[in-house]
Design a protein around this ligand. Structure first.
Ligand code: C2E
Ligand code: MG
Ligand code: MG
Length: 431
């Protein structure tokens, strides 16, 4: 039995499921959702009438796979639902899904042309006796087909683990934003040392999310979802205020202590950025020239002209600018020469291999010379062993950062490790 296509495919399917359960007392069902791919291409290349012809041919073929008692519904432009009553076992539905995918992908003749669609299937089971609602049954099928289509799989059976990986970016963003407002974020500080002497000169403030269930999360787990949203401003404000408050307190232990804060590409484009930094330094009576704003080379290169203008404004305020992850973007020498920056931070992917790769060693040495040639202080990040630290000292790299010198620590641990006592702990981890 084929129903639809109509505007109410979902309503009809949910009603069919409920009817089967309530009227017929049937609670052993499988739902096979079939996501067709390539319909748009047919519409664009052969026209909408041809697109409809292909869909109708394919619907007929899927119906041919179904048994008389199964229901086929078209849910949307390229989504079909096959409701299988009383499947004998799991393999029965899987076989149905595989057959359906196979018949969908066989070519359809349209006049002198041949169109070929692709498809993925998602399968959900309504176990006998389970209290699962029709809506939940359908949701499980949708989750399975979404995952199957994303992975270009022929079929995928719903399993509860899909619920956790399938948190939508929107839901995840809302969760991060709430967490920011509820104080679940904290900052870890990683020391920056003068390489030649091993003297502590400051720290980079790195955001962490102490998730109530998942534990401590690093930026890779939350930055991608908030990077292009207004939440980056909330995060920057939080990191700035917390970092400056902390760094102000640490001035007594380490006069001139510099704090580096990361700015996202969106923050760089934010017209309020300079005012935000000015406010924060004022609130904490923090010398602007001890605040470093780290901006990735890639972010700066998104719009070189606008970035240069913004950096000039920051410089007027007295804030220092660091070009982070240098080497991963594509800045030209001419651009580097005019960029109003103070520091160049070599990306760790270049630093990590210098003790065993002559090419990387030469590359890092050239970057250091290049940075010095245009008047920048050069920082190497990702120093994981003493040999790397010594190689960089020999190359006259100014500042170092890395697990070998000091891992990111929360404020209390950082203070205990680097700033307690008479300051002697600030001396050379490289020595
Ligand atoms: P980044 O600014 O380049 O920061 C350095 C990253 O390298 C940190 O990762 C740090 O923990 C890691 N690292 C330090 N030493 C070593 C080492 O010796 N070996 C290796 N393999 N890694 C090392 P983390 O904290 O996970 O931060 C990753 C990135 O997330 C940062 O890269 C930065 O771009 C971004 N980020 C961190 N906090 C913030 C923030 O508050 N705002 C924004 N916009 N971005 C942030
Ligand atoms: Mg950084
Ligand atoms: Mg970096």
């Amino acid at each position: 039995m084929v129903t639809g296509p109509d505007f109410f495919g979902y309503t009809r399917l949910l009603r069919d499921i409920e009817n089967l359960r309530e009227s017929a007392g049937l609670d052993n069902m499988a739902l096979v959702l079939l996501r067709l791919k390539g319909v748009d291409e047919v519409n664009k290349t052969l026209g909408y009438t041809a697109g409809d012809e292909v869909l109708s041919a394919v619907a007929g073929r899927i119906a041919g796979v179904a048994r008389e008692q199964d229901c086929l519904t078209r849910l949307g432009g390229d989504l079909f639902a096959l409701l299988i009553r009383n499947p004998l076992h799991e393999g029965h539905a899987i076989l149905g899904a595989k057959k359906a995918v196979q018949v969908i992908t066989e070519p359809v003749a349209i006049g002198a042309n041949r169109a070929r669609l692709r498809a993925s299937a998602g399968i959900a089971f309504l176990a006998p006796g389970a209290a699962t609602t029709a809506e939940e049954f359908l949701r499980q099928g949708e989750l399975a087909v979404k995952e199957a289509a994303a992975g270009n799989d022929d079929y995928l059976v719903y399993r509860p683990a899909l619920d956790t990986v399938q948190q939508t970016p929107q839901a995840l963003w809302a969760e991060v934003d709430d967490a920011l407002h509820q104080g679940e974020f904290e900052i870890h500080y990683q020391p920056k040392l003068e390489l030649r002497t091993g003297r502590l000169i400051g720290a980079e403030a790195l955001a962490r999310w102490r998730h109530p269930v998942k534990g401590l999360l690093s930026p890779a787990q939350f930055m991608p979802v908030i990077e292009e949203t207004d939440s980056v401003r909330t995060l920057l404000w939080y990191v700035l205020n917390t970092g400056l408050r902390q760094a102000s307190a640490w001035q007594t232990h380490c006069p001139g202590f510099k704090i580096a804060v990361n700015a996202s590409p969106l923050s760089l484009a934010d017209t309020d950025l300079v005012a935000l930094l000015a406010d924060a330094t004022k609130i904490w009576h923090f010398p602007a020239d001890q605040l470093i704003l780290e901006i990735t080379e890639t972010a700066l290169m998104r719009s070189p002209k606008a970035s240069t203008g913004r950096l000039h404004q920051l410089r007027e305020l007295g804030v220092h600018v660091s070009i982070d992850d240098f080497g991963t973007g594509y800045s030209s020498l001419a651009y580097l020469k005019v960029l109003p920056a103070d520091e160049l931070k070599i990306d760790k992917s270049f630093v990590l291999p210098i003790t065993h790769s002559a090419t990387d060693r030469r590359l890092v040495e050239s970057i250091i010379q290049l940075g010095h040639a245009v008047g920048l202080e050069v920082v190497a990040e990702g120093i994981e062993d003493e040999a790397t630290a010594q190689t960089l000292v020999a190359m006259q790299c100014d500042i170092g950062q890395g697990y070998h010198l000091g891992r990111p620590l929360d404020a209390a641990a950082f203070e205990a490790r680097w700033l307690s006592g008479d300051g002697s702990s600030a001396i050379a981890a490289t020595a």
